[in-house]
Design a protein around this ligand. Structure first.
Ligand code: MN
Length: 318
């Protein structure tokens, strides 16, 4: 008997354990350690990293879009060959389509794919924390406690150990990316800016609500004084200054689709006068948008060719 077991032989629990280990063992040159010597909230890619960077916005349980982006433009092939890096901006879970808010199976399934990618390509696939990446009963939409439903569905399907491990998984995720040509985070800058050291120590007890702000803040839409839960163009400027990042290079976020303002329906460039700012949403059924940075701050907005589910008759089962 060989002592070697292939990845496919691992249990769901073992795969999740491996993903946690991979997340925690990212090279500390890319994921600087916090003041307690633990992997911090920041991913920081070296200036001479010449790989293409592919940014994916909120997927909200749309597995089909994740697969479509991986297979678009030979992305998966280039990830495998260390020519490309994919960064998902959090919120892979919780289907938000009308009538699907209770569905949690697809959330569990899309996390299986993400765990697989983290294990297969630990240097080329990264997942950032979003506000939906939680079991909190306070996380909900339209009065439906999605965090709690997700927790209970996982408990029923995968058991207590797996569910506890998923909680650990969420608690060790990176939160923020600094690349030579872009900054990226799930929701937005904190009010008044945040320093590199504060991002690295984002889970410290003295961080207050900084982690909350990076994963929940929304762009102020009224041009009045932003509330505590909102950011304004000057907060994007403060963030750039704190990271010594050029004014005209983009900050990319997900989280907050600007549907009520019309324009494009999956990506908003310079929304409401916020310069060099992009909001990206990758979960639409009819359109699958992502962004590519290829050794330039001039990014490409791409729409992946949507892959249609195989119908039974195509498999000869008439
Ligand atoms: Mn969100």
């Amino acid at each position: 008997m060989s002592e070697y077991y292939s990845y496919a032989d691992l249990s769901h629990k073992e795969k999740l354990q491996l993903a946690i280990r991979n997340i925690l063992t990212t090279d500390s040159l890319i994921r600087p350690l916090n003041d307690n010597g633990r992997p911090g909230g920041l991913l920081e890619f070296p200036d001479n990293d010449d790989r293409e960077f592919l940014i994916v916005g909120d997927l909200h349980a749309n597995k089909q879009n994740l697969k479509s982006i991986l297979l678009d433009n030979q992305n998966l092939y280039r990830i495998r060959n260390d020519e490309a890096v994919m960064i998902v901006l959090g919120d892979a879970v919780h289907d938000e389509r009308v009538g699907h808010l209770h569905d949690m199976d697809e959330s569990i399934e899309i996390m299986d794919i993400i765990i697989h990618l983290l294990n297969e390509y630990p240097d080329n696939f990264f997942y950032l924390l979003g506000n939906h990446d939680t079991f909190s009963s306070r996380l909900g939409k339209s009065g439906i406690q999605q965090g709690l439903l997700y927790h209970n569905a996982m408990l029923a399907k995968r058991g207590k150990d797996y569910t506890n491990l998923m909680q650990t998984f969420y608690s060790v995720l990176p939160v923020f990316v600094r690349h030579k040509y872009f900054l990226a985070v799930h929701a937005g800058p904190v009010r008044g800016g945040i320093s590199r050291e504060q991002v690295i120590n984002i889970r410290s007890s003295v961080s207050g609500d900084l982690l909350w702000q990076l994963t929940w803040n929304r762009l102020n839409e009224t041009r009045s004084s932003p509330s505590k839960k909102e950011y304004a163009p000057e907060d994007l400027d403060s963030l750039r200054q704190a990271f010594d990042f050029p004014d005209n290079y983009p900050i990319v976020v997900g989280h907050n689709p600007m549907w009520k303002w019309g324009r494009d329906d999956s990506v908003w460039v310079d929304p409401l006068g916020a310069k060099n700012h992009i909001i990206l949403y990758s979960n639409l059924e009819e359109k699958c948008t992502y962004i590519s940075f290829n050794n330039s701050p001039k990014y490409n907005i791409r729409n992946a060719k949507l892959r249609v589910k195989k119908q039974k008759f195509l498999l000869g089962d008439r």
